[in-house]
Design a protein around this ligand. Sequence first.
Ligand SMILES: [Zn+2]
Length: 341
Amino acid sequence: MRADSPGHSAKYGSYRMMDLPTNTVVDIQLVQSNEVGGSYHMEKEGLSRSLALLESRGVNFDCIVTDRHPQMQKFLRERTITHYYNVWHMAKGISKKLDAISKLEDCEKLKKWMKSINNHTYWTAAGSTSGPERIAKWTAILNHVQDIHTHEDPLYPKCKHAIRKTTDKSKWLQAETTAYYKLDKLLTNKRTLKYVAKLSPHHQTSSLEAYHAVILRFAPKNVVFTFIGMLCRLYLAAMHYNENANRLQAETKEGEPLFRIYFPKARKGECIAKPQKTQPTFGYVADMMDLLFEKVFVNPTPYTDAMLAISVPEPLSALYEKLDKQNVIASYVSRFKRGGV
Ligand SMILES: [Zn+2]
């Protein structure tokens, strides 16, 4: 299972649980910040509600992958569920910091290493079975960038790649340089190592970004929705995702695979090719129409009951409105009294 919270705003936290092997959204929770005492607590609340629901339906968890959030860690440890961190978040964080460092004086050489270090993050996560093994592989990169390919840690004594003469000798880093010192500090500080030790070996086929894009189409960020409105949109996004996430690569009539060329902002002008997917389908819409005409219109009671059973939190403004109204009345009354004196 993987749990994360796309579409976070100050008002709502939406939380989804996903079954990784099938790339399917299996539950969605919508939490309003005033239900749980502020946005900081929304993620834990979402996870906790999802776990309760899935466990009540007889789901056993092998492990759960989340982004790094201290509250989650404590919560899952107490429940004795194996907990991993999502690689994508970590890789993105390291890349961003590395990019900033490579712009500093005497650190330009790090630019050439950014891609390798990003790949190394995924490779470390995917191919290891224990925390210490992940750390051994992770820290080996600090030798590797110096053209040293044997390592002290017995859990990863030697680089796996073939040793070959590089044409670009200038890429290797020297130990006593600013670039190396900064890289070492970034990759082996306590916080990073703790993160690495728990990186998830379970990679998912489609990216988190793909799901975020679907949510944004159903619930644009610049529009404020009511609680039920938002919940409905999240369910629609999940249905659309579940039907379309595993689309195959499109082909020409002759059976040649099709690709699309992208210019991602992060790559700064460099283009990448991605397989072009077949057109999305909307079978879930037809299914819902059938449900509406064949079941809901015939006997709406169970559906109305289910809707009414959803506990809708009071809108955020409700509390302030009440206070404001009382204040306004109080000041009106006191002014009125003063006027009478
Ligand atoms: Zn090496």
